[in-house]
Write a protein that binds this ligand. Structure first.
Ligand code: UVW
Length: 339
């Protein structure tokens, strides 16, 4: 086995979970973490953390991501709706309906796979940057396009790796909405720490951090009158350009970050160090590529957040497996919180 990289990015953990690891910080969700998470189930109440998967609606949010398109299955030239099983066996009197859907995996409530984001970096130390992903996996070899034999997709780092871990552990809520409301605010380390201190939120190794901004609730409430201001310029986003925030994410031991907004962080429009080329999404880069931390986006967190606040809690059992869809760069899901 030839090592995939000679040099790893400065802040990365490549190799620390094994040369061929494909699940990153999900390795930190141990049986002990799941037992601790199960202790958060006191009332037995469950919360659905997904928005309806046909929201945000249209493609105003991201032009290349379209709403789900459903069709009806067909049998013998007939639509398979209220379909009589007696077509196959005259003695049967059952009726069935089947459908199909074209679903953009990152359109609505979703997980980003570790194969979703990469960047150009000289990992083989030959003076030329190549396209790299978490743990040194390569663009054009592990992450391939439509001309590849077998078709496009993630030969490594696909979402199925995440699904196989079951993604069950302790969720911890941080409520940015209670502090910043619907104003656009880039939230860095200082603000995050202030809010966590105020609300006595403590995160431990293996926890999945949930960031409540209120954005997806506003989208659900205003689904028939969405505008670009609401979609792109309202509510809090994490500030991925804040190096102290990124350092804290690394040292905190959190296994995943989830937000109820579009991309967890806001897009950067200028470089912090004057470079001509810079990451639009530096938190994605640090988390997904360098540390193997999965990001969940467009979740619905407000109802759970309200309950937690009313009950003086921030922790819950989170069960959130994506689809076990081999080779995919992301996945819709219906996460469940139990308190
Ligand atoms: C993009 O691909 C823009 O980011 P996200 O991870 O938010 O889907």
């Amino acid at each position: 086995m030839v090592k995939r990289w000679k040099v790893r990015p400065e802040n990365s953990n490549w190799g620390d979970f094994g040369e061929d690891d494909q699940i990153g910080r999900l390795n930190l969700i141990t049986p002990q973490c799941r037992r601790m998470a199960a202790r958060e189930v006191i009332e037995g109440l469950a919360f659905c953390l997904s928005v309806p998967l046909d929201l945000p609606g249209g493609n105003l949010l991201v032009s290349n991501r379209l709403p789900p398109s459903r069709t009806i299955a067909n049998k013998g030239g007939r639509p398979f709706v209220n379909f009589p099983f007696c077509c196959d066996n005259p003695d049967w009197n059952d009726i069935g309906s089947d459908d199909a859907v074209t679903l953009f995996t990152q359109y609505s409530t979703q997980w980003d796979a570790l194969g979703h984001i990469g960047y150009e970096f000289d990992a083989d130390d030959d003076g030329i940057a190549e396209v790299i992903y978490y743990n040194g996996y390569r663009g054009g070899f592990d992450i391939v396009g439509p001309n590849a034999e077998g078709g496009a997709g993630a030969r490594r780092l696909g979402i199925e790796n995440m699904a196989e871990t079951c993604v069950q552990g302790r969720g911890v809520m941080v409520d940015l909405f209670s502090r910043f409301g619907s104003n656009r605010k880039f939230v860095g380390y200082d603000d995050l720490m202030r809010i966590m201190d105020r609300d006595k939120v403590v995160v431990e190794q293996g926890d999945m951090l949930c960031i409540h901004t209120g954005w997806s609730t506003a989208v659900v409430d205003r689904k028939d009158s969405l505008d670009t201001h609401l979609l792109h310029e309202s509510h809090s986003v994490l500030d991925g350009a804040d190096e102290r925030l990124l350092q804290w994410i690394d040292s905190s031991g959190i296994s995943a970050i989830i937000a109820d907004n579009f991309a967890v962080e806001g897009f950067q429009t200028s470089s912090s160090d004057g470079s001509t080329r810079f990451p639009a999404l530096p938190l994605h880069r640090r988390c997904i590529v360098e540390l193997g931390i999965h990001l969940g986006e467009l979740w619905l967190l407000s109802p759970l957040n309200s309950w937690l606040r009313a009950n003086g809690r921030s922790r819950f059992l989170l069960t959130a497996p994506p689809l076990r869809l081999p080779g995919s760069f992301g996945s819709p899901l219906t996460p469940v919180a139990t308190v």
